[in-house]
Design a protein around this ligand. Sequence first.
Ligand SMILES: *[C@@H]1O[C@H](CO)[C@@H](O)[C@H](O)[C@H]1NC(C)=O
Ligand SMILES: *[C@@H]1O[C@H](CO)[C@@H](O)[C@H](O)[C@H]1NC(C)=O
Ligand SMILES: *[C@@H]1O[C@H](CO)[C@@H](O)[C@H](O)[C@H]1NC(C)=O
Length: 359
Amino acid sequence: MRSSCSPLGSLWFLLLLGAGCLLLLVLVVQFLRCGLWRRPQRSSPSVFDDSSVGSKQQVTKRHRKLLLKSSAPAGGEEQQQLRLAKTQESRRHLLNEICDKYQPGITGRPVFRRQVSRVYVEDRSRLLYCEVPKAGCSNWKRVLMVLGGSAASTRHIPHDAAHYANRLRRLESYDRVGIAERLRSYTKVLFVREPFERLVSAFRDKFESPNSYYHPVFGRPIISRYRANATRSALRTGAGVTFREFIQYLLDVRRPVGLDIHWEPVGQLCSPCLLRYSFIGKFERLEEEANMVLRSVGAPGNLTFPGFKDRNPLAERTSSTITQRYFSQLNATERQKAFDFFYMDYLMFDYPKPFKDLH
Ligand SMILES: *[C@@H]1O[C@H](CO)[C@@H](O)[C@H](O)[C@H]1NC(C)=O
Ligand SMILES: *[C@@H]1O[C@H](CO)[C@@H](O)[C@H](O)[C@H]1NC(C)=O
Ligand SMILES: *[C@@H]1O[C@H](CO)[C@@H](O)[C@H](O)[C@H]1NC(C)=O
């Protein structure tokens, strides 16, 4: 007997309705707990295939609608979470668009070790962090050390310990499966900074105060190639490189010494089109956005992202005003070429043109 209004039929209907409501409730609760942007820990078809990016976007949109529908009163903190989540959504969306346009088909490609060589692993929090120098990376390393249990607090980790004795593992040190599995299921974090500002910050840090590595290794060849009539002592120490000389080196296709991670574009350091980060933070809002990451990976409540600057703490932090001052030492052609050098970073991370005359 197949009657739609049999007692059994309506029982099934009620059960389904109940299950549906429960699912909705679970989704809303999950959403509130995890934030919008966190990558769902579902398995994707292939370990190197990141085709779940598209569906993630849909999931995110659905979640947002759910939240808006649910009449939960949104407090200040929730408003902030929602705003940050929307920002993440639009940053990821833009990056995907740029990647599809400039590197179509890259998402299905295998990941090679060198493409994850700047990525640090924190297994307890299931976090991957791609190191971008001059965009808060020392403090990120401190935070990873605390998360991993090798330090009790970020306060007492000196700069050198954060970089050279941090006991952090890089993703490239795992085998193929270890790499793929982490890329698939961990929260992948990238923090970027306005490219010219990052460049000026690197220049000031490496060339304007004594440095036993950058002066001999980069300063010497730069002075000897780009400075007419260099003094013997400048040639010997490599100290006193000017910003203009530094830019000449950077833009030279036959540069006398290779690039360095401090001035390498993020697009090359962190392979954002290939790795499809779950979180794209900006140095300009470092603390707020980094704390959002920490809360979402379930970091201890007393761990917040540190606000201190430890290298040359007396020097003023590189601002847009300082950046403009350095770039005003260049002529229009040099500025344009420097912009071209970082063009993809400007595009992928949505930074406006830093000078009106650039195209
Ligand atoms: C947070 O609290 C725990 C336990 O109370 C303590 O061991 C740890 O050092 C604290 N961490 C920070 C970063 O203060
Ligand atoms: C280098 O020194 C020579 C001789 O002192 C001088 O004629 C020339 O103008 C100098 N060149 C530059 C670029 O300063
Ligand atoms: C700008 O400086 C470069 C040297 O870096 C020079 O070759 C070029 O002619 C200059 N361009 C203008 C427009 O002055």
